[in-house]
Design a protein around this ligand. Structure first.
Ligand SMILES: [Ca+2]
Ligand SMILES: [Ca+2]
Ligand SMILES: [Ca+2]
Length: 211
């Protein structure tokens, strides 16, 4: 039997649209996972944009060598990365972010971006972040990205309006004081043996209201 032309074109357009192909009849793409569509009542503040660390150091935890391979590669977004091999419980400091909102600003939030992945996702793996405001003497409670992936993903902890449980001064964000401490965690006994953690970027964005 012959399908009328108008109906046939409609069927073709519908099937192409279903796979997100431009048809000349309009372009469809799935929206469920489009972050740009997320409505939010979060306030919008001035911010520093994502800033990079210019210093790093392993710190105590696990086998005490943190991201022992190429740690400074975590100071920029792609393509080079830091590696923590056989890494559960290892910790690493990143600092000297050069965060400098105008003096007297009210600090409204701190957002940390972690671009990271694993060699395998068996057991329960995560990466946690703590912040220090006094050169590493005192630390906030940890915030944790529990998304596990064997390819790079972007984890976000904190954000605009999230001051990590304290009131910050501009000076506490300066290179002499502010520290980011990452902890790699795997919970699952023998499944965690040999787990490797890879880190492309650990960036900080500070939200503030100028004086
Ligand atoms: Ca990246
Ligand atoms: Ca290590
Ligand atoms: Ca990198």
């Amino acid at each position: 039997m012959r399908i009328p032309v108008a109906i046939a074109l409609t069927l073709v357009a519908a099937s192409l649209a279903a796979v997100g192909v431009a048809t000349g009849f309009g372009t469809y793409s799935g929206q469920d996972d489009n972050a740009a569509n997320a409505f939010s009542s979060a306030p919008s503040f001035a911010n520093t944009g994502y800033q990079n660390p210019s210093a790093q150091a392993a710190t105590s935890g696990g086998d005490n060598d943190g991201f022992e391979l190429n740690p400074i590669n975590a100071s920029g977004d792609g393509p080079l990365y830091a590696s923590n091999i056989d890494g559960p419980r290892d910790r690493h400091l990143f600092y000297n972010y050069g965060l400098a909102p105008p003096s007297g600003s009210t600090i409204e939030g701190i957002r940390i971006r972690l671009d990271w992945w694993l060699d395998a996702v068996a057991a329960d793996n995560s990466m946690s972040v703590e912040l220090s405001w006094d050169g590493g003497t005192n630390w906030t409670s940890a915030k944790t990205d529990t998304v596990e992936s064997a390819a790079e993903h972007t984890g976000i902890v904190g954000g605009a309006g999230d001051t990590w449980g304290r009131i910050w001064t501009v000076a506490e964000l300066g290179n002499a004081n502010m520290r980011v401490r990452l902890t790699c965690t795997c919970t699952g006994g023998a499944e965690c043996d040999g787990r490797d953690f890879y880190l492309d970027w650990v960036a900080v964005n500070v939200y503030f209201t100028p004086p």
